[in-house]
Design a protein around this ligand. Structure first.
Ligand code: SF4
Ligand code: SF4
Length: 481
């Protein structure tokens, strides 16, 4: 018996799941998916009854008819994959990104003004974090140019970078958007690099000329829209209380029909009373023709009238499951379904992400407000408390380090035993601030929901990878393009 065979063997940290008859493990410290064959499944079952020395595990397998050489080989493979542990558990925290991380995406809030008064808006509602008093309402070209220069400088080493235009209502500053697209394209070309663009809009100000410009310049568009008229108009209203559905519906149809260079997506905010996910999905996908439709529950403190209660969230999750099953059936036929919430999670599972932070905010992604303030992301722009510098002076590295230290999974002790942490990493910094007053606090109010949804997506991923792996390859290529 060798010294290592004398060591005690135990199960690594994983979340087991099943897709049809097949058994899988989600290996938490690696964020990887592992399909069990019969031998591996037998070992897992044996060790589920308790730890045992390696030599004994090998003997148990031999007793069950496995040749000794094969038993050693399988155990060795499972040890190197981290399914089994013989010694120290790997660290709970994903690797920390380098202190100076190259920027990939810059979100430009072209204005903090909006022509709608959606009651749940995080920019204007009761939960707002922005302090725009005394600052410009519209970004000017000098700030836009400086932002592009900042992005190209801070993204050194990346060939492709992204600019996302945001608001307020983005199109209220369309003249600047056009100027920035021209300037950024010229600068990127001079550096032999690629810059691509996207925007989020409420669609009220779309015109044929704007649609033509967006299509010609391959600008991706996300429309904030909450479903059919009776749902959309509950909260997405003008200042006089009138719903915006009738204004945007023909504009959205024209956008979907005439913007042919990039897929058009819809983003739905779910609120109390707007939780009919399947109905909303059908309307936006089938009636209006959006390419993808994504849903997010409203970000708010729980005492707001439009906050979704636990019962409402259960109802949402039930319908998410329904659409997820539909997604799976489509994928097995090699077809795209269009439910963004599944697509996004599948993409992360396929890449094997293991997040140190919940998202790119403050790392590969930053937001710039109309005043030129640098923020961790678009949701924090114009907030003095959260500013990470100013475009004229660059990033305040101390503030950035503090933001990233608090948001790191290693600082979120409640998450250390959670199997969903490679994907969740504690959840949105902005939501954490709104709920708990600290961007680094884990979003513990939705853990059950996150784990349930992650489990569903794992099962779908497992089923697709076993029955139609080509779909995942094509899906990954399409997402990367
Ligand atoms: S916030 Fe909850 S679900 Fe997310 S990683 Fe932490 S414990 Fe897990
Ligand atoms: S902090 Fe929240 S809103 Fe900002 S980029 Fe991250 S997930 Fe999105």
């Amino acid at each position: 018996m060798t010294a290592s065979e004398a060591g005690v063997c135990r199960l690594g940290e994983f979340h087991p799941f099943q897709a049809g008859p097949r058994r899988f493990l989600y290996l938490v410290p690696a964020g990887a998916i592992f399909q069990l064959d019969d031998a591996a499944a037998l070992i897992i079952d044996l060790l589920s009854g308790g730890d045992r020395p390696l030599y004994q595990l090998a003997s148990d397998l031999v007793e069950r008819g496995m040749p000794r050489g094969e038993a050693r080989e399988v155990i060795g493979e499972l040890l190197s994959a981290g399914v089994l542990i013989n010694g120290q558990q790997p660290s709970v925290a994903a690797e920390t990104p380098p202190a100076v991380f190259p920027l990939q995406t810059l979100v430009l809030n072209l204005t903090n003004q909006c022509n709608l008064s959606c009651q749940y808006c995080y920019e204007f509602g009761a939960d707002k974090v922005a302090t725009p008093e005394g600052k410009p309402k519209f970004m000017d070209f000098e700030t836009g140019k400086a932002s592009v220069d900042f992005l190209l400088k801070e993204s050194a080493g990346r060939r492709t970078v992204h600019v996302t235009f945001f608001g307020g209502e983005t199109l209220m500053n369309f003249p600047l958007l056009k100027q920035v697209v021209a300037y950024a394209s010229e600068q990127a070309k001079a550096q032999d690099r690629r810059i691509d663009f996207s925007l989020t809009t409420n669609a009220t100000l779309l015109t044929p000329a704007i649609i033509e410009f967006l299509s010609e310049n391959r600008i991706g568009v996300t429309v904030s829209m909450d479903g059919p008229k009776e749902m959309h108009d509950r909260l997405r209203v003008f200042a006089n209380g009138r719903g915006s559905y009738d204004i945007i519906e023909p504009k959205v149809r024209a956008l979907v029909q005439n913007h042919r260079t990039r897929p058009i997506t819809a983003r739905v905010t779910l609120t109390s009373g707007v939780t009919e996910v399947v109905k909303i999905f059908r309307h936006l996908k089938q009636d209006l023709g959006f390419h993808e439709v994504g849903f997010a529950p409203v970000t708010t403190s729980p005492n707001q009238l439009y906050a979704i209660n636990n019962h409402g969230m259960d109802r949402v999750l039930e319908q998410f499951h329904f659409l997820a099953e539909e997604y799976l059936a489509y994928a097995l036929r090699g077809e795209m379904h269009g439910f963004t919430n599944v697509s996004d999670t599948l993409a992360e599972l396929h890449q094997g992400v293991n997040k140190s932070h919940p998202c790119g905010a403050g790392l590969g992604l930053m937001g710039i407000g109309p005043s030129g303030d640098i923020a961790p992301c678009h949701r924090f722009v114009d907030s003095d408390t959260h500013a990470l510098g100013h475009i004229s002076k660059g990033i305040d590295r101390d503030k950035q380090a503090d933001f990233l230290r608090r948001g790191h999974i290693g600082s979120k002790y409640d998450c250390h035993t959670c199997w969903a942490r490679p994907l969740c990493a504690g959840g949105c910094h902005h939501e954490a601030f709104v709920r708990y007053g600290d961007t680094g606090h884990p979003n513990l109010h939705y853990c059950d929901w996150i784990r349930d949804w992650t489990g569903t997506c794992l099962r779908i991923y497992g089923a697709i990878s076993a029955s139609n792996p080509d779909f995942l390859e094509r899906f990954a290529e399409r997402r990367a393009s």
